[in-house]
Design a protein around this ligand. Structure first.
Ligand code: SAH
Length: 300
């Protein structure tokens, strides 16, 4: 049998409409859809009926499958001659272990394609009104893992160089280690009054942004849970003027729509455009009188 193909796709950061056109087309033609924790459920609904949908995510330290098992699953499914979509949050090659999966596919002669996605360190700040670069503030941008074990004797991160050598620094998976990150940045010369923003669930209606400085951000975010991205640099100040998303009139509101499903979508769209999180909960069914079923007639 001819081996199938694996598409390693970036789903984007949270808002399902931020996936690429190519990514969406691949989901719609997938035979098997293998997805991670941070992928929006709305995107899974785009798969056609009959698609085999498999969750392999990890949340914190809870893994459904180990990485080696995921790699093997991709190869096994492809060898059944099927079209596989491997859907990951953000971009598959940015702290997404997509590189490891692609290498394993290559080693096993399984054809693959990469479909980039919008990564959290760019998208979440954009939705928080923070341009990660701006000519007046910085010419450099760094994407850094915040997940490195702080007790590790030799860090892979050259704190001495990045602390002052890069204008805007972004940290993925850094909430737990934030005290250590801040300590290192200050120790290696970043001024304590450098602005910092921490954005949780960026680009979704649950987005939450905390702004402070290296001095006080740890205290200000002590109750904040993952997933969140941390942005360090002068560009954070621009949020004061550019905070467009969280300023929408219905941002932060959760609205349940009880209208019948056929009426609900347009209404839902309008509410979403104004920033609300919408839950469709049809409690009313509207039908022309001629179509009333016996049961409905009895009730009426
Ligand atoms: N491949 C992904 C990153 C995976 S690592 C990408 O390119 O975005 C997971 C980390 O990404 C989280 O711990 C968090 O730091 C960040 N992240 C992912 N989605 C996020 C979101 N909607 N808001 C804030 N941070 C997010």
């Amino acid at each position: 049998m001819k081996t199938g193909i694996v598409y390693l796709i970036g789903a984007g950061p949270g808002d399902p409409s931020l996936i690429s056109v190519k990514g969406l087309e691949c989901i719609r033609k997938a035979d098997v859809l293998i997805y991670d924790y941070l992928v929006s459920a709305d995107l899974l609904r785009e798969a056609r009926e009959g698609t085999e949908v498999i969750y392999v995510g990890k949340k914190g330290s809870v893994h459904t499958l180990e990485q080696e098992e995921i790699n093997q699953l991709l190869v096994d499914k492809a060898r059944e001659g099927r079209t596989i979509v491997r859907l990951k949050g953000g971009d598959p090659f940015v702290f997404g272990r997509g590189g490891e999966e692609a290498l394993f596919l290559k080693q096993n002669d399984v054809p693959f394609e990469i479909v980039p996605g919008i990564t959290a360190a760019v998208a979440a700040p954009a939705y928080a009104g923070i341009p990660v670069t701006h000519r007046d503030y910085t010419a450099t941008l760094g994407l850094v893992t915040g997940h490195e074990d702080p007790t590790k004797e030799v860090s892979n991160i050259n704190w001495e160089k990045i602390s002052t050598g890069i204008g805007t620094l972004t940290f993925y998976m850094g909430i737990k280690n934030l005290p250590k990150i801040v300590e290192n940045l200050i120790k290696y010369g970043r001024p304590k009054d450098t602005p910092v923003a921490v954005i949780r669930w960026g680009t979704t209606p649950e987005q939450q942004t905390v702004v402070g400085t290296l001095k006080d951000i740890v205290e200000k975010t002590k109750d904040l849970m993952p997933p969140a991205i941390t942005i360090v640099g002068e560009v954070v100040k621009l949020r004061e003027q550019l905070n467009w998303f969280e300023s929408k009139p219905l941002f932060g509101k959760i609205i349940a729509i009880t209208r019948s499903r056929d009426q609900a979508s347009e209404f839902a769209e309008q509410l979403q455009e104004r920033g609300a999180k919408v839950i469709e909960f049809p409690t009313i069914k509207t039908v022309p009188p001629d179509y009333l079923e016996p049961m409905d007639k009895a009730i009426n």
